[in-house]
Design a protein around this ligand. Structure first.
Ligand SMILES: C[C@](O)(CO)[C@H](O)COP(=O)(O)OP(=O)(O)OC[C@H]1O[C@@H](n2ccc(N)nc2=O)[C@H](O)[C@@H]1O
Ligand SMILES: Nc1ncnc2c1ncn2[C@@H]1O[C@H](COP(=O)(O)OP(=O)(O)OP(=O)(O)O)[C@@H](O)[C@H]1O
Length: 269
């Protein structure tokens, strides 16, 4: 079985409260984008995990795909499989690539072995693998809250808009990013702000990580300014960075504008 775990962007991200468990309560809109990895699952005599493409820090056993398989073996008598991941979503990039790999592994194993795990239970397994993982089970635009692992549907479609994602290769882990922020309640409701036209988002739809991370990595601020110079309707950092994205009302090829970065561009769905 071959699946294509996709990235997400965060449209708006409020870090509203530090929790007793050390995590943060957030409010954000998660939106799928079609920058994808590829994951192949095949029957094998013993379990193995292999990855190609972008090199992933840590060993194979620590990989979120392997962890997703191991998690299901606690409750199901799963035959061994070979997981073969082709990694192309940048890592430590605010795009949730590792989380998506984990969620797609759960979904693919469920389907491949006919486990019939109800969606809500799949979401619960995903939550145990990481805060961002739960979203990728349904993989539809959602307003996310709590640790980013609770969600409700949102009436937002960017279908037909053009999006450009620019990653400058700075690896920022979620832990590093959260360590630098001071949580605060937000005055405005993100769902209300996102009900307005995209061109109106610029002044109100904010990512709370930007202030500290733009200070620490000034290049990120420069990329955002450049995306607006190039005509973006809205530009922002995604999640904990370091990817910046820009939404345009029509196709715009920016690959040559950022020759040293990893760039993905395409129509939104
Ligand atoms: C920045 C976002 O990508 C926005 O979508 C996510 O909140 C990050 O989610 P993630 O990478 O899946 O995070 P996890 O793997 O669950 O946690 C990694 C670390 O990030 C911090 N963390 C994560 C999520 C959250 N709501 N509060 C946190 O403080 C914690 O220090 C945690 O130890
Ligand atoms: N399949 C995977 N893909 C990427 N990273 C993985 C994977 N499995 C485990 N990891 C570990 O997770 C770390 C990256 O997690 P991190 O949450 O910082 O980034 P991310 O998954 O790219 O997305 P985001 O920055 O949005 O959280 C890597 O350094 C690696 O050690």
């Amino acid at each position: 079985m071959l699946v294509f775990p996709n990235a997400k962007i965060n449209i708006g991200l409020n870090i509203v409260e530090k929790r007793a468990d050390g995590f943060h309560n957030i409010q954000s809109c998660f939106y799928p984008v079609q920058w994808t990895d590829a994951l192949e699952i095949t029957a094998a005599p013993v379990f193995s995990f292999e990855s190609n493409g972008i090199s992933i820090p840590g060993n194979g056993q620590d990989n979120l795909c392997a962890k997703a398989y191991q998690l299901l073996t606690q409750d199901f008598d799963l035959p061994p499989v070979k997981l073969n991941l082709l990694k192309s979503i940048p890592i430590g990039a605010g795009l949730g690539g590792g989380s998506s790999d984990a969620a797609f592994t759960l979904k693919a194993l469920n389907q491949h072995f006919g486990l019939d795990i109800p969606v809500e239970k799949q979401v619960n397994y995903a939550r145990r693998l990481g805060s961002d993982c739960a979203f990728f089970i349904l993989n539809k635009p959602a307003y996310c809250f709590a640790k980013g692992d609770e969600f409700e549907s949102i009436d937002l479609s960017l279908a037909g808009k053009w999006i450009v994602l620019a990653n400058p290769g700075i690896h920022i882990s979620s832990a590093e990013a959260y360590a630098g922020v001071q949580a605060k309640q937000s005055a405005l409701d993100l769902r209300t702000l996102l009900s307005k036209p995209v061109v109106d988002w610029k002044h109100h739809v904010k990512n709370d990580f930007e202030a500290t991370l733009f200070n620490k990595y000034t290049l990120l601020q420069d990329i955002k300014a450049e995306l607006y110079n190039l005509g973006a309707e809205y530009a922002s950092m995604s999640g904990s960075g370091s990817t910046l994205y820009a939404i345009f009302d029509q196709e715009k090829n920016l690959k040559t504008n950022f020759p040293k970065f990893s760039v993905w561009q395409g129509y939104m769905r």
